[in-house]
Design a protein around this ligand. Structure first.
Ligand code: PEP
Length: 243
C-alpha cells in the first residue's frame, strides 16, 4: 500500500538569502509532490514559492489584519501560496509566552483562510518525569481546538514533539511514540469526534528515520535541525515519501 505520510522541514531562523539558492538546488530534483512541506523564515517564503514541495509558515498572527506591527496574517500567507502553518511550536511557547488560548486564536485565523494547521504539542522533561505527559497533552489539545467544528478540524494536523527531544539528540522509543500518538488520536476522537493525523517531531536524523518510520500509527514527521542540511533532509524524504 502506498504510504501517505508527510514530512515537514522547519528551517527556523536559519539561512541568509545568499545560501538559499544552493539549498533549493539540492532539493529541486526530488519528487516531493504534496507530501513534503518546507517552512523557511517568513522573510524568505517568496524564494520557496512554486517549487516541488508545499510551503508552510512557522507562525501566524492571531489577528486578521491592520495595525499589528511585525505580524503576518493568514490571509497574507495564503496570498503567496502558503498552504500550511505551524502553530504552538514549543519555541514559541517558551520564548514568546504563547498560551493555549493565544494558539487557539491563531488557529482560528488560519482555518478561516483554509490553511492547514500543524498544532505542535508536547511535554517538558519535568512533566514527563512527573508522569504528567498525557494530562499536559490533553490540556494543550482541548484548549487549542475547543470551539471549532468537525469540518474545520479536518484541516488540523497534530505534531507530537516532546520538548525534551527537540534539538537534544534524545528520542523516545518507538513504543513510547506509538502509545502517545495513540493517546492523542483517541483524545481528539473523544473530545471532538474527529480523526486527526499525528506526526512525530524531535531529533529526527537521516540515521534514525528508518527506525522511526516503522511506527505504524505515525502519519509523518516534523524535522528541525536535520532539514537544514539538504542532503540529509533528502535522505529522510526518500525513506518516508519517495521510497
Ligand atoms: C522542531 O523544532 O520542531 C524539531 C523537531 O527540531 P529538531 O528536529 O531539531 O529536534
Amino acid at each position: 500500500m502506498e504510504s501517505k505520510k508527510i514530512v515537514i522541514g522547519n528551517l527556523k531562523m536559519n539561512f541568509l538569502a545568499q545560501e538559499i539558492t544552493a539549498y533549493l538546488k539540492k532539493l529541486e530534483k526530488m519528487d516531493c509532490g504534496k507530501r513534503v512541506i518546507l517552512c523557511p523564515s517568513t522573510i524568505y517564503l517568496p524564494y520557496f514559492v512554486g517549487k516541488n514541495f508545499e510551503l508552510g509558515i512557522q507562525n501566524i498572527s492571531a489577528f486578521e489584519s491592520g495595525a499589528y506591527t511585525g505580524e503576518v496574517s493568514a490571509q497574507q500567507a495564503k496570498s503567496i501560496r502558503v498552504h500550511y502553518c505551524l502553530v504552538g511550536h514549543s519555541e514559541r511557547r517558551i520564548h514568546f509566552q504563547e498560551t493555549d488560548e493565544m494558539i487557539r486564536e491563531k488557529i482560528r485565523q488560519a482555518l478561516k483562510e483554509k490553511l492547514k494547521v500543524v498544532l505542535c504539542v508536547g511535554e517538558t522533561e519535568t512533566e514527563k518525569d512527573e508522569l504528567k505527559t498525557y494530562k499536559v497533552l490533553k490540556k494543550q489539545i482541548r484548549t487549542a481546538l475547543r470551539s471549532f467544528s468537525g469540518k474545520e478540524l479536518s484541516d488540523v494536523i497534530i505534531a507530537y514533539e516532546p520538548v525534551w527531544a527537540i534539538g537534544t539528540g534524545k528520542v523516545p522509543s518507538n513504543t513510547e511514540i506509538s502509545y502517545t500518538i495513540g493517546f492523542i488520536k483517541a483524545i481528539v476522537k473523544e473530545l471532538f469526534d474527529v480523526e486527526v493525523a499525528v506526526l512525530y517531531g524531535g531529533s529526527i536524523t537521516e540515521k534514525n528515520i528508518a527506525q522511526l518510520n516503522k511506527i505504524e500509527n505515525v502519519d509523518g514527521f516534523l524535522v528541525g535541525s536535520t532539514s537544514l542540511n539538504a542532503d540529509k533532509f533528502k535522505k529522510i524524504i526518500e525513506v518516508v515519501v519517495t521510497q
